[in-house]
Design a protein around this ligand. Structure first.
Ligand SMILES: CC(C)(COP(=O)(O)OP(=O)(O)OC[C@H]1O[C@@H](n2cnc3c(N)ncnc32)[C@H](O)[C@@H]1OP(=O)(O)O)[C@@H](O)C(=O)NCCC(=O)NCCS
Length: 267
């Protein structure tokens, strides 16, 4: 995926997301062999917050805050030093969606409509692409929160680090910007493992988005699941949402109901 599609660039640190986004399309399973390492990383992680109420831009970074840690990820040696970046998130308020549309989408996903039906009903009202969503910045008219990019170090995935970033971001949207909904245009990187051709993926997009895995009813695609873990309601597929090879350029729209998450004490 081209880096420009994820908006901000900047040097690594609290000034903005890192300029390079490593391994965006990689789906290698993260395997930290020693479970004590997992505990240590989880315990010694700090969040740095950069929130600009004027522009509603939210940028959070997770950094390692413990002693030097040497461990293996699979058979690859890895070293974690104090202040190393574990992950980051980039989000803001946006007028690209009205709160009314976000509410309808949320309800459609939760109760009423299957993804193909929801897309038929609301597809024409949705911004057609991720790029377009990123361009709409008139923050004074913001009605919803917009989650732009979440990224976790490739070797530290599967530890719930994205959940910490999402939870804090949704809290800020609720408490500082007083928003009721947050919207995401997410990736479907497992689509290219599932279908051999673009044509097949195009044909089955909404059906793919509707899938649930047997074990817990969550979506089989990890890039959908990390949003679901944080309380996201998946609504429908967005054809050609961005230049994203692993997803055959297709994505999904998901909505977070911030009042509900607060009532459930999830944020
Ligand atoms: C998507 C991403 C942010 C998830 O972060 P994370 O901290 O690993 O998320 P979680 O720990 O909650 O993992 C969620 C699930 O996905 C799985 N998972 C996460 N990353 C995975 C990967 N690269 N390959 C396979 N499974 C993965 C986890 O095992 C977990 O599975 P479970 O639901 O069965 O428990 C991270 O994989 C990433 O940075 N990917 C590249 C950037 C990207 O695609 N961002 C999303 C679009 S903005």
């Amino acid at each position: 995926m081209k880096q420009r599609h994820f908006g901000n660039s900047g040097s690594e640190g609290v000034d903005g997301p890192p300029h390079k986004l490593p391994a965006l399309n990689t789906v290698a399973n993260p395997v930290i062999i020693d479970p004590r390492v997992v505990d240590t990383v989880r315990e010694h992680t700090v969040m740095l917050e950069q929130v600009d109420p004027g522009s509603t831009m939210i940028f959070l970074t997770l950094k390692y805050d413990g002693d030097l840690l040497r461990f293996k990820v699979g058979d690859k040696p890895k070293e974690l030093k104090r202040a190393d970046m574990i992950g980051f998130i980039n989000a803001r308020g946006s007028s690209a969606f009205t709160a009314e549309l976000a509410e309808k989408l949320y309800r459609a996903g939760r109760h009423d409509l299957k993804p193909d039906e929801a897309y038929k009903e609301y597809g024409s009202m949705l911004p057609p692409s991720y790029e377009e969503l990123c361009r709409i910045k008139d923050s004074d008219k913001r009605e919803v929160g917009f989650l732009m990019l979440v990224h976790v170090d490739q070797d530290l995935r599967g530890l719930g680090m994205s959940g910490r970033l999402l939870r804090k971001t949704l809290e800020v949207m609720r408490d500082k910007f007083h928003l009721d909904y947050a919207v995401v245009y997410g990736r479907l990187p497992n689509l290219s493992n599932e279908y051999a051709s673009q044509q097949e993926a195009d044909k089955h997009l909404q059906e793919y988005v509707a899938r649930k895995r047997d074990s817990d009813g969550m979506h089989p695609d990890w890039a959908v699941r990390f949003h679901q873990h944080a309380g996201c309601q998946v609504v429908c597929g967005i054809p050609n949402y961005s230049d994203d090879k692993a997803s055959f350029n297709h994505g999904f729209v998901g909505v977070y109901d911030l009042a509900k998450l607060r009532a459930e004490r999830r944020i």
